[in-house]
Ligand binder design. Structure first.
Ligand code: TK8
Length: 339
């Protein structure tokens, strides 16, 4: 009898607590419109994942929070959207970590040539304490980072010649992302590096303002660079993440529940995006060959020479992001590699 009474009492307490929580939930999620900007086309890994994020937010908020995903840099290139987020004129975006280096210098860590050997290492570091530490630095600058997505390992395309060794880069007018590390990397390799926003890239290639560019296979495909580029050299010279960010001004005005809806949806979109990107990348090279691109690999010896030449860049990055963060990352990579 005692136990039965106790059970009933406990059940009542539990039911009351649940009811209260549900009430709080309903109250703490308000109708919200979220403008979520990105740079690639709708038909790209970025566009598909933006849709997954939008759907997850809508579902997680019982239809109250609506995401308007706006692609193809219609809200402006990365740097413009970042400023809109900081000022509170736009709620969210996904973009390159590379274009954030001017705001948060620690982001340059991800631009280190040949930092990760494979996606397993990238996932472990980006989703672990080091990735979080770098992401948390954004808060001082008016941005909140939620998750990293995969842009991928970058490869080189151009219209001059197949690049099979460092010397082949000589004099190639190469569009690079707008940051010092990319600029220095390609200057060091002998290219004529020209920083440009991604949104201007296709037309710069088409009008021959630049001879080449570098991006993962997925983007070379989804942005149709194969239409204006002949040679594709498989260099895998750096792994680029994308990062999903929120305006801190706007985020700080959200309830805990609303923040949780966004974070959960961002995590779900990350799982989808990485799988989708990897599946697509595995098929993209054959597709690009089929579309007429002339593809060449770098021999291990030439890849090693390229890596050695870029050693000087690493010293600069370490100094810029701070030696402790650099050392912590190297130690973590050694641990992951079983060292
Ligand atoms: C798309 C860019 C792109 C990046 C670049 O907006 O700029 O080359 O690789 O993915 O973020």
């Amino acid at each position: 009898m005692q136990t039965v009474l106790r059970r009933t009492a406990l059940a009542t307490v539990a039911a009351l607590a649940l009811g209260a929580a549900a009430g709080a939930w309903a109250q703490d999620i308000k109708p919200r419109l979220i403008r979520f900007g990105y740079g690639l086309n709708e038909q790209s890994n970025q566009g598909r994942a933006a849709k997954v994020f939008a759907d997850a937010v809508e579902k997680g908020s019982g239809g109250k929070m609506k995401v308007r995903a706006i692609g193809a840099a219609a809200l402006g290139p990365d740097t413009q959207m970042q400023q809109a987020l900081i000022g509170g004129a736009q709620e969210m975006m996904v973009g390159s970590t590379a274009t954030l280096v001017g705001i948060t210098k620690e982001m340059a860590l991800w631009d280190t040539p040949f930092l990760f050997n494979n996606v397993k290492e990238a996932d472990a570091v980006l989703d672990g304490p080091i990735g979080q530490k770098v992401m948390d630095k954004l808060a001082e600058k008016g941005l909140v980072g939620l998750v990293y997505w995969e842009n991928g390992f970058r490869n080189l395309t151009n219209n001059k010649r197949a690049v099979a060794k460092v010397e082949d880069m000589e004099g190639i007018k190469l569009r690079v992302m707008q940051n010092e590390v990319f600029l220095n990397t390609f200057k060091t390799l002998g290219a004529n590096a020209i920083p440009l926003p991604f949104s201007e890239l296709f037309s710069a290639l088409e009008t021959k303002t630049v001879d080449g560019q570098e991006n993962p296979f997925n983007t070379i495909l989804s942005s149709k660079f194969y239409e204006v580029q002949k040679y594709l050299s498989v260099t895998n010279h750096v792994y680029s993440p994308w990062i999903v960010t929120v305006s801190k001004k706007w985020w700080d005005g959200l309830s805990k529940e609303e923040q949780k809806v966004l974070l959960d949806a961002a995590r779900a979109s990350r799982e989808f995006e990485r799988k989708d990107t990897r599946d697509e990348a595995a098929k993209a090279l054959a597709d690009l060959k089929g579309r007429g691109m002339q593809v060449n690999e770098l021999s291990p010896a030439e890849a090693a020479r390229m890596r050695a030449k870029l050693g000087a860049i690493n010293t600069g990055i370490a100094a810029n992001i701070g030696q402790p963060l650099w050392d912590e990352t190297q130690a973590e990579l050694a641990r992951l590699r079983g060292g």
